[in-house]
Design a protein around this ligand. Structure first.
Ligand code: SF4
Length: 441
């Protein structure tokens, strides 16, 4: 890791290398503040006003570069030089591989404001980043190391036109990545299957745009190779494989075996410096269930965690959501998966069932978690229910003579589910928020 720091004092910049916290480095720091010969005086760049003392930080980590101007404005880039994120005027921006940019502002009346930038806003932001980069590169040549300079040069090749063109390339390789569990936002998604084999839950429209299909080994290998070429050196940021889309693990075992073998051919898995393992959703609790031996085979193929959308442990709420299977079948599936040595992530839906079923939803969901015997490495996610007024879920809710929770009651239920999960599952199991609007890939 190398950290470079530039201080703009009145009329000039002092560059301090903090890459090695050794006595030598400290000495350089002291000398730098005293010796005129180490002060670099160059005209202030267009994008940075020199009317006050300010500091630039260049932080080259193994997988990303961060450049910060006075810690108020920060940009990060992957090893290819693609923009990963920015912090500007108190607003966070995250750019996905798909080219969209998600903005998140805290401290507004609603608590948090999250939304995707419009195309015009996106291009404006990218162009602003480009202007800052020109400035950063200009100063970096005086003090930052060769690595940082080369990294900034790569970032400069990603102008607005190139970044925008990349969107098309992304969608020629991927169907939209609709959602991932929060701990997998930085995984490398490989779409072994597309869509959801059920696709009929009343509250879920994530995969309505596509037909479910399983890729052939040849097609999957081609997809994997395209993904690798697309992401390039940026792959270093991705530490795990997520097998898409919604129900990849229901792929019949012989085909799944072949597809996992391709993943192993293409990536080092479960070895130092390699990918940590394979992760996937499973949302069918019934006839398609696999046996403990089949899960053991997956464990041996480095499948580390399976995410199951229980949503509710209450039968009536479960039916209202039109989930496949039943809470009991989900508990059974979790026990089988865990007995094979694979961790699970259980997803609950805060607000499901509305006012009339709220107490039963919370109580039975916590009962279901308790019955799963979760342990270290397992996760519980609580996701706020987000549906449009015309969704089939709203119709089902009316038929059940229930109503949506208001915002305060929904927040309270979310907190009750999270704290209840912590208390029934024990300290080794993390319970966290899973907000659909936080996701970008
Ligand atoms: S099974 Fe999962 S992905 Fe499929 S429709 Fe239901 S919630 Fe959505």
């Amino acid at each position: 890791m190398a950290v470079f720091l530039a201080v703009l004092a009145s009329g000039g910049w002092r560059w301090l290398s903090l890459s090695k916290p050794t006595p030598t480095a400290s000495k350089r720091y002291e000398n730098c503040s005293r010796k005129e010969s180490l002060v670099i005086t160059i005209p202030a760049p267009r994008t940075i006003s020199a009317d006050r003392r300010r500091t630039l930080y260049f932080n080259a980590q193994r997988h990303f570069l961060t450049v910060s101007d006075d810690l108020h404005t920060t940009f990060s880039f992957d090893r290819e030089g693609r923009l990963l994120g920015a912090f500007l005027d108190g607003i966070n921006y995250r750019r996905g591989l798909c080219g969209d940019i998600l903005m998140k502002r805290v401290g507004v009346a609603e608590g948090k404001l999250r939304r995707m930038l419009t195309p015009d806003e996106r291009r404006q932001l990218l162009s602003l980043v480009g202007a800052h980069l020109v400035t950063f590169r200009e100063y970096a040549r005086h003090a930052a190391g060769v690595e940082v300079c080369a990294w900034l040069d790569r970032a400069l090749t990603w102008d607005v036109a190139r970044l925008e063109a990349e969107r098309e390339a992304f969608y020629s390789i991927y169907k939209p990545i609709s959602i991932l569990p929060p701990d997998q936002y930085l995984s490398l998604v490989l779409q072994a299957a597309e869509g959801c084999s059920w696709n009929r839950c009343t509250f879920c429209s994530l995969y309505r745009d596509r037909r479910f299909r399983i890729k052939s080994p040849a097609e999957f290998r081609h997809h994997v190779q395209q993904v690798k070429a697309f992401i390039g050196a940026g792959i270093s940021l991705r530490r795990s494989i997520f097998l898409g889309d919604a129900n990849a693990l229901i792929i019949p075992q012989p085909r799944l075996r072949e597809l996992l073998a391709i993943v192993h051919d293409e990536f080092p898995l479960g070895v130092p410096g390699g990918m940590k393992g394979v992760y996937a959703f499973l949302d069918i609790f019934g006839a398609e269930q696999k046996t403990r031996d089949e899960y053991r085979e997956m464990r041996d193929a480095q499948v580390k965690r399976v995410y199951l959308g229980l949503e509710s442990g209450d039968e009536q709420v479960f039916r209202l959501l039109n989930k496949p299977g039943s809470p009991a079948a989900c508990i059974e599936a979790v026990r089988t998966i865990k007995a094979a040595g694979i961790n699970v992530g259980i997803i609950l839906l805060a607000g499901a069932g509305g006012t009339r079923l709220a107490s039963a939803h919370v109580a039975r969901s916590l009962d279901a978690l308790a019955a799963m015997n979760l342990s270290d490495g397992d996760l519980v996610y609580v996701s706020p229910l987000i549906v449009s007024p015309d969704s089939p879920y709203m119709q089902s809710l009316r038929e059940a003579q229930s109503e949506p929770l208001d915002a305060a009651a929904a927040r309270k239920q979310l907190e009750r589910l999270k704290s209840g999960a912590r208390s029934v599952c024990g300290s080794g199991v993390k319970a966290a928020l899973y907000h659909l609007e936080e996701f970008i890939y």
